[in-house]
Design a protein around this ligand. Structure first.
Ligand SMILES: NC(=O)C1=CN([C@@H]2O[C@H](COP(=O)(O)OP(=O)(O)OC[C@H]3O[C@@H](n4cnc5c(N)ncnc54)[C@H](OP(=O)(O)O)[C@@H]3O)[C@@H](O)[C@H]2O)[C@@H](O)CC1
Ligand SMILES: Nc1ncnc2c1ncn2[C@@H]1O[C@H](COP(=O)(O)OP(=O)(O)O)[C@@H](O)[C@H]1O
Length: 427
């Protein structure tokens, strides 16, 4: 076994690992890339390792059955030089300490040529870089180890980002006195050219537990009347519908043209409704995100996000947090890893999903799910995190090739599973 140790604390962890491995009887040696600073804890750890040293070369890395990568972790401050990449790349099997060397822990972006680890062992909490692509691919199996960090030390570095998980939010549960209005009403603006999107959105909202879902279709009402029997279709003009105080939560965007968005969104905002803006409502305001001010949640995929806010650069967490702050709304940046940012800087990182969700219309379903949770009274960031998790769970349950409409029947069971994980009652 060969432990590759860098000059900082990550190297220090490597010397400690080497000492423990030697104590456990493993044949282990160390190859150092630079020496730790005199007097540092890493220098102390290096001095306590009494085993053999090898040169830091590709040949040594290739000879080892297993290489432990403790060259750089969270302190990576510039691109890897080619020599380090060559040594890391020569190892056939590699376990990384904290981060695979060369991956930025904050963003998941590579800094230089990085090769994939079998496993990465990090401490206390995962970092965004473990969960965001492309770093997520290079991490291999992720182990989060408890190293007995004192709670006072943990409290001094409160997290700013969380892994999205049912422990992060609380789903409302049904009480014996619940009725459709306490469960919440979701209203959806429907377009005439792509009515399927509003139907998918409605299916997501109903299946995620909304008490009542209504489609505001105006002249297009006939397009929806042959739909599911529990779905209410309104043909009255939007201003009349907005007078109903029970209809607090609205989805605007799925299947809407720019003109339809411009006809509806300003009215919803003027009526101070809780609005989730998606799809057409995002493309309608390309380069002018301020027109969305007043919405509660937006759910762009990367293309829509870029059209709205411009190129994101390498640091997605920072870009999505900034967008949420500037817009004063929750921003859900959808993708294989979905980021959910609140205006106050909280960030949830969701990996609980399946590539099976990458099918047309699945984002419309997600909008409906989040809207149902908003209508049930959840705060916007919580509703968005919970909605993304339930949608991801439905995707995981639905097999490899579901259609968007297939997701609906997995949403109820997903909600039950999340509630059980929260230790709550089911009804
Ligand atoms: N914090 C905690 O609570 C805990 C932390 N722990 C551990 O500490 C690790 C973080 O330690 P760290 O801050 O010392 O950073 P680390 O990754 O060792 O790198 C810094 C050194 O590398 C150098 N360097 C950087 N990039 C370079 C490059 N491309 N090419 C060449 N050199 C480069 C950099 O040089 P400089 O930029 O200063 O010139 C500096 O010398 C963390 O990942 C985890 O393993 C655990 O023990 C648990 C508790
Ligand atoms: N590879 C993937 N892994 C996990 N989730 C994915 C993947 N690809 C897409 N998704 C999810 O599927 C949904 C697609 O939404 P969107 O791009 O708006 O599609 P549409 O507009 O067709 O509904 C998002 O929730 C996204 O996070």
């Amino acid at each position: 076994m060969l432990v590759l140790c860098g000059p900082g604390n990550n190297g220090g962890d490597g010397y400690v690992a080497a000492r423990y491995l030697a104590q456990a009887g493993w044949p282990v040696s160390v190859a150092a890339y630079g020496e730790p600073k005199a007097g540092s804890v890493s220098a102390l750890a290096a001095a306590r390792f009494k085993g053999p040293r090898q040169p830091f070369t590709p040949e040594e890395a290739q000879r080892a059955d297993l290489v432990v990568d403790a060259v750089f972790g969270a302190g990576l401050s510039r691109d890897l030089d080619k020599g380090v990449s060559a040594v890391l790349g020569a190892a056939s099997r590699r376990v990384a300490i904290d981060m695979p060397s060369g991956i930025d822990g904050g963003t998941g972006q590579p800094r230089g040529r990085v090769s994939k680890a079998l496993m990465t062992v990090t401490f206390v909490r995962p970092k965004p870089g473990h969960l965001l692509y492309p770093g997520r691919e290079d991490v291999g199996e992720l182990v989060v180890a408890d190293i007995g960090m004192p709670s006072a030390a943990l409290a001094s570095v409160p997290p700013r980002a969380w892994r999205n998980h049912p422990g992060l939010w609380h789903l409302p549960v049904l009480s014996a006195e619940s009725h459709k209005y306490t469960r919440g009403v979701v209203s959806i603006c429907a377009g005439q050219s792509m009515p399927g999107a509003a139907r998918l959105c409605a299916g997501g909202a109903r299946s995620a537990g909304a008490g009542l879902v209504r489609i505001a279709a105006e002249q297009g009402a006939d397009l929806f009347r042959s739909g599911p029997p529990g779905l209410v279709v309104d043909d009255a003009p939007l201003p009349d519908l907005l007078e109903d105080a029970r209809r607090k939560v609205w989805v605007c965007g799925p299947g809407l043209t720019e003109r339809e968005v411009e006809g509806a969104l300003p009215l919803l905002l003027a009526a101070q409704k809780t609005v989730l803006a998606d799809a057409g409502a995002l493309s309608a305001y390309a380069g002018a995100p301020e027109k969305l001010r007043g919405v509660a949640v937006i759910t762009p995929h990367m293309g829509e996000f870029t059209k709205l806010f411009g190129p994101v650069g390498q640091d997605l967490p920072t870009a999505v947090r900034k967008a949420a702050k500037d817009l004063n709304a929750v921003v859900v940046l959808k993708g294989p890893t979905t980021l959910i940012a609140a205006p106050d800087g909280r960030l949830a990182v969701n990996t609980h999903a399946s590539p099976a969700l990458g099918t047309a219309g699945s984002g419309d379903t997600l909008s409906g799910v989040i809207a149902a949770l908003l209508a049930a009274g959840m705060a916007a960031w919580d509703a968005a995190g919970a909605g993304v998790w339930l949608h991801g769970e439905a995707g995981l349950q639905a097999g490899a090739w579901p259609l968007a409409e297939d997701l609906d029947r997995y949403l109820g069971p997903a909600r039950e599973k999340a509630t059980k994980m929260q230790g709550g009652a089911l009804i």
